[in-house]
Design a protein around this ligand. Structure first.
Ligand code: VGL
Ligand code: ZN
Length: 206
């Protein structure tokens, strides 16, 4: 059984949003086509309280891009984004919600960030996604969405670690590349952990 996970296809990660991923919106039509090919589709949403510790504004004298320690974990400071119940946190309006079976909200705890759809960055709390996938008999997890080297990568590495056969739908992901090469490094890191690469075209004609 295969599941498609749509990672953070939210307004704030698309052009015009608070933390835009270059060309992030171009993933949406690909995701819409892919969903028809899967029995189970789950969408993750970054879902932060306004006082979240990953926001630079919540740290005096810190700037966006600075790195701090948050509850003992290294944390990049981001602009305010994906605040709960704001338009920026909504899924992209062109995403076909009717085909999404389930939603996972993450990053809800002020004191820790959660790039992965499975665990917070400290791996202290699980979201319940793994249990939901196992309950449905999922063996293979396919990932698409934003951003390649943060939430997609962390979700992929956890999926592989949890024993799912894990696939990155390469052309259905976009990254930030804060430092040139970040996206390529992320893809290599995923491959090193046995994450397989596939193109959406191969899934659409299968
Ligand atoms: C993300 C940075 C901060 C992501 C979320 O979805 O990749 N990146 N919060
Ligand atoms: Zn976030």
């Amino acid at each position: 059984m295969r599941a498609l996970i749509l990672v953070d296809l939210q307004n704030d990660f698309c052009p015009g949003g608070a933390l835009p991923v270059p060309d992030g919106h171009t993933v949406v039509p690909i995701a819409n086509r892919l969903m028809a090919r899967f029995d189970l589709v789950i969408a993750t949403q970054d879902w932060h309280p306004r006082d979240h510790g990953s926001f630079a504004v919540n740290h005096p004298d810190k700037q966006i891009g600075d790195v701090v320690e948050l509850d003992g974990i290294e944390q990049i400071l981001w602009p305010v984004h994906c605040v709960q119940d704001t338009p920026g946190a909504e899924l992209h309006p062109q995403l076909d919600r009717s085909r999404i079976d389930d939603f996972v909200k993450k990053g809800t705890e002020r004191t820790v960030d959660s790039y992965s759809g499975f665990f917070d960055n400290g791996r202290r709390h699980a979201t319940g996604l793994a249990e939901r996938l196992r309950a449905r008999g999922v063996s293979d997890v396919y990932l698409c969405g934003l951003a390649t080297e943060y939430c997609v990568e962390f979700t992929a590495l956890d999926a592989a670690d949890l024993g799912f056969t894990t696939w990155l739908v390469r052309d259905a992901c976009r990254g930030i590349d804060r430092h040139a090469g970040d996206i390529q490094r992320a893809i290599a890191a995923m491959q090193a952990k046995n994450v397989r690469l596939v193109e959406s075209s191969a899934l659409e004609c299968a």
